[in-house]
Design a binder for this molecule. Structure first.
Ligand SMILES: *Cc1c(COP(=O)(O)O)cnc(C)c1O
Length: 396
């Protein structure tokens, strides 16, 4: 077993060697620009892109032409929300999202507020779920878009996307979902779930960084949106810019692998994740699960170890890579807005650790992390005067 141990798979994942292999030819001998229609080099690159489009479309129940390649999910989220806002401003200016969305959705929404759009940030319950009745009540004739993520990157909570999609379609409102964390964890079908726009990212599923997808529905209803990256009109005029061919080839391979292995891997990760949680509960007191107990990503465990400061715990086990709060909001050290939204107590908030398991996580690593966490929590609690006092009182 190699140290340090990586248990932060919600932040990013290593590229699968099979994905690297699928990408390599497109850096060197097959280097053409897929937009070059006049020669072989272009055709070969275009063939790779169209094959990737087919694979990804098939994995989510879409048509190939509904797959728009982007530089990642941040761009896909920006394009979906700003693109709809700009194209449909005659119809209305109201957008609905949730308080627990990724920063690329929240900050895009905030930006639109500056330009006169009205955004409702739906609250969530203690498990991180939105309320469908509440959503239904908030939609008006001015509502043009609902954007709710499929699964949360911090607490792992899975929304009932199918029900949200059905509700939106019944009311004639477009539905966008950020499915970055969900793809490959459980089946996603844009038809049965009534999804109009969906964001994906390669580097969360063992693909390369810097490439992603926006699925854009082309029929029932056709989704019209305004290009945000102006230029040559690539990708059916929805996203300009020369395509990242090696990245796209890698993304397709990554999606194919992660969807193909879904049943086996999901079960395996869930077992390892449950082992961790069971061991924490049996070996430590005052541990709390953040997020939904069952409607949850199989590889996510977000736990508060009461009376232990999250950063102190992380520092005391430097050979284990986990995360406190959200790793996505890079520099800011403010407490996690997702934990705030589910209204955990201050104590739980400041003692929360996110464990993210993945394809390369072994049982040996899980056992090591369990021991390391238990040992560190016990040691830190010994040092914590408040906890010590509390314990003594209990013992007396
Ligand atoms: C990582 C992540 C993103 C951002 O994806 P990038 O491709 O890194 O821009 C968006 N949404 C969620 C839920 C994520 O986990």
């Amino acid at each position: 077993m190699n140290l340090p141990i990586y248990m932060d798979y919600h932040a990013t994942t290593p590229v699968d060697p099979q994905v690297v292999e699928a990408m390599l030819p497109y850096f060197t001998e097959k280097f053409g620009n897929p937009a070059s229609r006049q020669h072989q080099f272009g055709w070969i690159a275009e063939e790779a892109v169209e094959s990737a489009r087919n694979i990804i479309a098939k994995a989510i129940g879409a048509e190939p032409r509904e797959i728009i390649f982007t530089s990642g999910a941040t761009e896909a989220n920006n394009l979906a929300i700003k693109g709809i806002a700009e194209a449909w401003k005659q119809k209305g200016n109201h957008i609905v999202t949730a308080a627990t969305e990724h920063k690329s959705v929240l900050d895009t929404s905030k930006k639109l507020e500056k330009y006169g759009y009205q955004v409702t940030y739906l609250p969530v319950d203690e498990y991180g779920l939105i309320n469908l009745n509440h959503l239904s009540e908030i939609i008006t004739s001015k509502t043009i878009l609902v954007s709710i993520m499929t699964a949360n990157n911090e607490i792992g909570t899975i929304q009932d996307v199918g029900a949200i999609g059905k509700l939106c379609h019944g009311r004639g409102v477009f539905f966008h979902t950020d499915a970055v964390q969900a793809i490959g964890k459980f089946p996603i079908n844009v038809q049965t779930m009534n999804i109009d726009l969906m964001s994906l990212s390669a580097h969360k599923v063992y693909g390369p960084k810097g490439v992603g997808v926006l699925y854009v529905r082309s029929i029932n209803p056709k989704v019209k949106l305004t290009m945000q990256m102006d230029g040559g009109g690539h990708e059916r005029g929805i996203r300009s810019g020369t395509l990242n061919v090696p990245g796209i080839a890698g993304l397709a391979k990554a999606v194919e692998l992660v969807v193909g292995l879904m049943d086996v891997e999901t079960k395996r990760m869930k077992n390892l994740r449950d082992k961790m949680w069971n061991e924490f509960q049996s070996q430590l007191d005052e541990v709390y699960l953040n997020g939904h107990p069952t409607q949850r990503l199989p590889n996510n465990l977000n736990v508060s170890f009461l009376n232990v400061e999250d950063n102190a715990l992380m520092m005391s086990m430097k050979d284990v890579a986990v995360s406190t709060g959200s790793a996505c909001s890079t520099v800011d050290l403010e407490p996690s807005y997702v934990l705030k939204a589910i209204r955990v107590s201050k104590e739980r908030h400041h003692s929360a650790i996110r464990f993210g398991l993945g394809k390369f996580t072994t049982e040996e690593e899980v056992d090591y992390v369990i021991n390391r966490v238990v040992e560190s929590v016990k040691k830190l609690r010994e040092l914590s005067p408040s906890y010590y006092k509390q314990k003594r009182v209990v013992n007396v």
